[in-house]
Design a protein around this ligand. Structure first.
Ligand code: MG
Length: 385
């Protein structure tokens, strides 16, 4: 029995993870759950999974939850805030932490979990982009596995688990292209509602906007480079609107290995939970006759400047990806609040990344400081718009 703690259990990945776990009761169970503020969802999850402990952000939420547990005769421990999150990640009985908190805020809990020698199923790409070199080094030192949950990275992992990295010639990361792949109108007039209407994947709001700007693919290119230890020059992006081929790995002999399935996050989540085993799942079987054709296109770096910025930051390295990620988080939040235009996202990220002076220190504090600086700088730019 594998015992899992889910950080971010009220989000899209968190909820799908619990749904999968509820169908694999003989193999996997829940040890702990953490949410930000969505107590309503957490209460229903506590009832269903009876975790040993949970964590929420605020004192008020924790007090509410504690009372509720007592009155319902539930013996779940309730923690709060950052210290609560840390406590949850280091619970002795947990075998694996599924890190599904969106954004750089999830970084500290991932580090605490690695130090406590918990394997990590990583859905938080922002943390990898922000401090990937630090996380991977720490994981190696602690003998911890970092298993990808992102569908593309799960695909790459499945295509190269047994091969030697030095034999990888190229990683080909597929992208659906998002809702604006064929859009030929004025990008500055794109509304929040249009950006949130993704053609193939149903996801949380932040990642859906990132998919519309293609920043998501930029973050994923950096994530792939970090997780698989290949230089960013070897990571290529191609648009594949059907989202059937989830990514490919090309080897030095010219052989290309791809992983295919209907687009369904249940598969990569389940694989991360059960690796190295595969268990039956209820995802829709792949019918290539029905799908009929698979298309591939080059991405348009001019139409989607965020993609260009991600490669720029990745090549600069050190603190540049952390800065890009933080500026993007600030800009996307502001776009979702309808304060700035769709095209302002890339502008804000671009100015912030280009203003930043890269620090070559690889300490954790350096990445945290870079994130902090970029967030404030981006917010200053947002206020000037
Ligand atoms: Mg993805």
């Amino acid at each position: 029995m594998k015992r899992i703690t889910v950080l971010g259990s009220s989000g899209s990945i968190g909820k799908q993870t619990l749904n999968i776990i509820s169908k694999m009761k003989e193999n996997v169970c829940i040890e702990g759950l953490a949410v930000g503020s969505n107590i309503k969802i957490l209460k229903s999850q506590i009832k269903k999974f009876k975790p040993a402990a949970v964590s929420v952000n605020s004192l008020a939420a924790a007090q509410n939850l504690k009372k509720w547990c007592i009155s319902n005769n539930i013996k779940t421990d309730v923690y709060k805030g950052n210290t609560g999150l840390e406590k949850l990640t280091t619970m002795p009985k947990a075998d694996m932490i599924l890190a599904a908190i969106v954004g750089a805020v999830g970084l500290k809990s991932i580090i605490a979990a690695i130090k406590a020698k918990k394997d990590i199923a990583i859905a938080n790409k922002e943390a990898i982009v922000m401090a990937g070199s630090y996380i991977m080094k720490l994981a190696a030192e602690n003998g911890v596995s970092v298993l990808p949950v992102d569908s593309e990275h799960s695909a790459i992992f499945q295509c190269c688990a047994d091969e030697k990295k030095s034999q990888v010639k190229r990683i080909i990361l597929t992208a659906s292209g998002g809702p604006f792949h064929k859009y030929d109108k004025d990008f500055s007039k794109i509304t929040v509602e249009q950006a949130l209407d993704h053609p193939t994947w149903k996801m949380g709001r932040k990642i859906t906007v990132d998919s519309a700007t293609l920043m998501n693919k930029g973050l994923e290119a950096i994530e792939a480079s970090v997780l698989f230890g290949v230089s960013i020059d070897k990571v290529e992006i191609i648009i594949h609107p059907q989202s059937i081929v989830h990514s490919m790995v090309e080897y030095v002999d010219g052989s290309v290995i791809a992983q295919l399935s209907n687009p369904d996050m249940k598969l990569p989540i389940q694989y991360a939970l059960t690796y190295p085993e595969r268990l039956p799942s209820n995802i829709k079987p792949l019918n290539l006759i029905e799908i009929n054709k698979l298309e591939f296109y080059n991405p348009d770096f001019n139409k989607f400047p965020c993609l260009k910025l991600a490669y720029y930051a990745a090549k600069k390295g050190y603190t540049a990806p952390a800065v890009m990620n933080a500026a993007n988080e600030a800009a996307v939040a502001s776009f979702l609040n309808k304060e700035i235009k769709f095209t302002d996202i890339a502008k804000i990220v671009g100015i912030t990344v280009k203003t930043h002076k890269v620090s070559k220190s690889t300490s954790l504090d350096t990445f945290i400081e870079a994130d902090y600086w970029a967030r404030h700088y981006a917010e200053k730019l947002i206020n000037e718009i």
